[in-house]
Design a binder for this molecule. Sequence first.
Ligand SMILES: CC(C)(COP(=O)(O)OP(=O)(O)OC[C@H]1O[C@@H](n2cnc3c(N)ncnc32)[C@H](O)[C@@H]1OP(=O)(O)O)[C@@H](O)C(=O)NCCC(=O)NCCSC(=O)C(=O)O
Length: 376
Amino acid sequence: MPNSAPLSGLKVLDFSQFLAGPYASLRLADLGADVIKVERAGTGDLSRYLYVSDVQIDGESTIFHAINRGKRSISADLRKEEDRARIWALIEEADVVIQNFRPGVIERLGFGHEAVRARKPSIVYGSISGYGTGNDWEALPGQDLLAQARSGIMWLSGGAADGPVALGLPVADILAGAALAQGLLALLVRRGLTGEGGLVETSLIEAVCDLQFELLTTHFNDGGRAPQRPGNFPAHAYLAAPYGVYRTADGYVAIAMNSLDKLAACLSLDAPFSGLDPFRHRDAIKAELATHLETRSTDHWIAIFVAADIWAAPVLDWKGLVESGVLQSLDMLGEIDRGGHGMRSLRSPLRIDGARASADTPAPYLGGPAPEWRRG
Ligand SMILES: CC(C)(COP(=O)(O)OP(=O)(O)OC[C@H]1O[C@@H](n2cnc3c(N)ncnc32)[C@H](O)[C@@H]1OP(=O)(O)O)[C@@H](O)C(=O)NCCC(=O)NCCSC(=O)C(=O)O
């Protein structure tokens, strides 16, 4: 008999839209929470349409569907009294409220933390902004690409001679959502112990700074020196050789931290690196490695590295990842059917009690049918 989902019975009212907030509520839905999205009457969550690419489901974005699977939707004009009353009725029974509007918006709509807490002191409330409040950036649009631009991570990425490069994925959004979910769960534990509600806040900039904690730590402690933009080669602004991504005859291999002697031995290098300091001489060492590695194929090198337990990996594209069979072995690829329209979707990254904890029901139609809370 499988155990019940850990958050079964938890009621989450989610005012959030786009990616960051909905990612937090997806994490809770995957763990069994009942998530009701509050969507603006008429338009709904703009990501239904803004993210539309050449791959759609039922005229809407597959990304919207992936991030909102397992949830339900209520459509509301929060400026209208009858809609506000419906939302308050849901809040009376909710455990968690989530929002990610620009600072001040949810307060003007009347559902800010103070207002909700006044009616429901045990509420656990989570809020994501672009840049927090009390600073010059607070009113600016909080969007992933823009947060990457302001955080240093875009400046850091790219080759030494290139301009900055955006990470090709919404790291600020996803990490802010994941951090918010972690905070909400901590507050739910506290509420279980003490009965107290609470407020957890994060922002895109906090999340994407946290992602850089390693490099920022070095930066803070070396007098603010700006490292050269590292690009792929070397791949890490501060680490010693051989850390980096190297071209092979037919692709690329990534090589992490390894003993230089061990690496030189397994590569049968003519001029091993003895006597060279892996940090001070890293450019010379990497240049030597690069010359050697580009002579043979990725498969050739990976076979040698695996046999010698060198920390290295081929650089795969998504096809290579899928063909590895690892996602399938982990049961992480899902199929969602929405009224006869099927799509494939990534399932949750968590396994609980030995089974994938993933909410695999389809994302909701805008506003309907109007949901009641599920009983736990
Ligand atoms: C993403 C945003 C830039 C979008 O900005 P805006 O388009 O200006 O939207 P806002 O959130 O500020 O809300 C705009 C107005 O909509 C009104 N509004 C919203 N919902 C409702 C409903 N249901 N009914 C009536 N009115 C509503 C709200 O009162 C505001 O009006 P007024 O009160 O009159 O102003 C911002 O929401 C933001 O900075 N959010 C914080 C960071 C964040 O999580 N961003 C999304 C990351 S995802 C991402 O980056 C990505 O997907 O890519």
